[in-house]
Design a protein around this ligand. Structure first.
Ligand SMILES: Nc1ncnc2c1ncn2[C@@H]1O[C@H](COP(=O)(O)OP(=O)(O)OP(=O)(O)O)[C@@H](O)[C@H]1O
Ligand SMILES: [Mg+2]
Length: 390
């Protein structure tokens, strides 16, 4: 018998419909999974088998084939476990096939049949809404996140609950949408003593959404000031908050209790970050730090230490507000309009007590301090790719 479950795969941030087809026929007992599934997805075979057996449901003992269609689209991650299990159960006549076809589903199965939340639930829910499906079967903790897309989440804790619900033996678990907004993190500009000019620069950058380069002697408070920039940005509008939450959901960074990110995000990648980590990409086409800081602040602390290709790659995205990442697996467009702040040390040559720098330390010299002042703010401004400071 043949049955279908519907789910969505994310290409970048875009949901693509995936039909999980299960076919159970008589023959030598076997379980085959086809349809360009990656390793985590292939491992679903073991999780689904154990999950179904632990839930005291009947494992289809015959020859079972599962196809993830369309076969040319790469399927990644463990979110296909639930639709695979449900399609197999429908194909073996344990749940009604037509009721399953009215629902989208996603979630990872534990070996004991419990359901775990996966990243990108908001994207899957968005795909379900666009496809005209009103209900999404997902892990209980992912209900609030799924509800943000406007579908009715059916949050279940165990495969047994999902099966009982689809058989009509259990009502859809009650979901009350609460105030899902995450609270603003604490750093506050009021903590900074003095620094009138720097604070004014921060306020101007916040008001005009300008980029900002902070320079000064070590310990003067550059990092401290930059970390407080998100605190003076206004909270996000509803559509901005959804856009930011969507990006964070794909990266698995959403708080299940308060999924909606209503404040400007703050990202401060380490200077050793690769180009792909900053602008996004990699084999799985994931959003990078610039996209995670969309509508918020991207701090490049110790700017001079960042790899030049990473800074070059940021130049166009910071001007255009979006990144088109193209890879062999596909391409994705990610929004990334951020106020970038950069902090870079420079020594003050006017200080008589400042020791002269050794040759190996000259990369961190200030204006006029050493002949090789490579990281002087003037030189950084002249040579640094991307937007200029305000
Ligand atoms: N204006 C200030 N008001 C309150 N605390 C300050 C101020 N300036 C510096 N500090 C204190 O000094 C510490 C060091 O500041 P911070 O790390 O921001 O300096 P920095 O300029 O980034 O130094 P570096 O160039 O070494 O990175 C802060 O954590 C804070 O406790
Ligand atoms: Mg610093």
């Amino acid at each position: 018998m043949l049955a279908r479950a519907i789910t969505f795969a994310l290409v970048g941030l875009e949901p693509r419909r995936v039909e999980v087809e299960a076919h159970v026929q008589s023959g030598v007992p076997s379980f085959t999974l086809v349809g360009l599934a990656d390793r985590a997805c292939q491992e679903a075979k073991q999780r689904v088998r154990s999950g179904i057996k632990s839930a005291e449901l009947q494992w289809p003992g015959n020859k079972s084939t599962v196809n993830l269609a369309p076969a040319e689209l790469k399927k990644e991650g463990s979110g296909f476990d639930l639709p695979i299990a449900l399609a197999l159960l429908a194909a073996s006549g344990q749940i009604p096939r037509d009721r399953l076809a009215e629902h989208a589903s996603c979630g990872e199965l534990a070996l004991d049949g419990r359901l775990r939340r996966v990243g990108g639930v908001l994207g899957v829910a968005e795909g379900a809404r666009r496809a005209g499906l009103e209900r999404l079967l997902c892990a209980h903790e992912a209900s609030s996140e799924a509800a943000l897309a406007g579908v009715q989440p059916v949050g279940v804790r165990h495969l047994v609950e999902a099966v009982a619900y689809l058989r009509g033996e259990l009502e859809a678990p009650e979901f009350v949408a609460g105030n899902g907004r995450a609270r603003r993190p604490p750093p506050d500009l009021a903590d900074v003593r003095g620094q009138e000019r720097a604070r004014r620069a921060l306020e101007l950058a916040a008001a005009g959404r300008h980029n900002l380069l902070l320079g000064g002697p070590p310990g003067i408070g550059k990092t401290m000031l930059a970390r407080r920039l998100p605190g003076i940005l206004p909270t996000l509008e509803e559509d901005e908050a959804l856009e930011v939450t969507h990006i964070h959901s794909v990266a698995g960074l959403v708080d299940p209790e308060h999924p909606l990110i209503g404040y400007p995000p703050f990202r401060a990648p380490h200077h050793s970050a690769s180009t792909a980590a900053i602008v996004g990409g990699g084999p799985r086409l994931r959003p990078g730090e610039a996209s995670l800081a969309h509508h918020g602040v991207l701090l490049l602390d110790e700017l001079g230490e960042f790899q030049r290709p990473a800074l070059e790659a940021l130049r166009q995205p910071l001007e255009d507000g979006e990144i088109l990442v193209a890879r062999a697996a596909g391409s994705c467009l990610v929004r990334c309009s951020t106020a970038s702040t950069s902090s870079s040390p420079c020594r003050d040559p006017a200080r008589p007590s400042w020791p002269p720098h050794k040759e190996k330390d000259r990369r961190r010299c200030g204006p006029g301090c050493c002949p090789l002042a490579r990281d002087s703010p003037r030189r950084l401004l002249r040579e640094r790719p991307g937007p200029r400071s305000c």
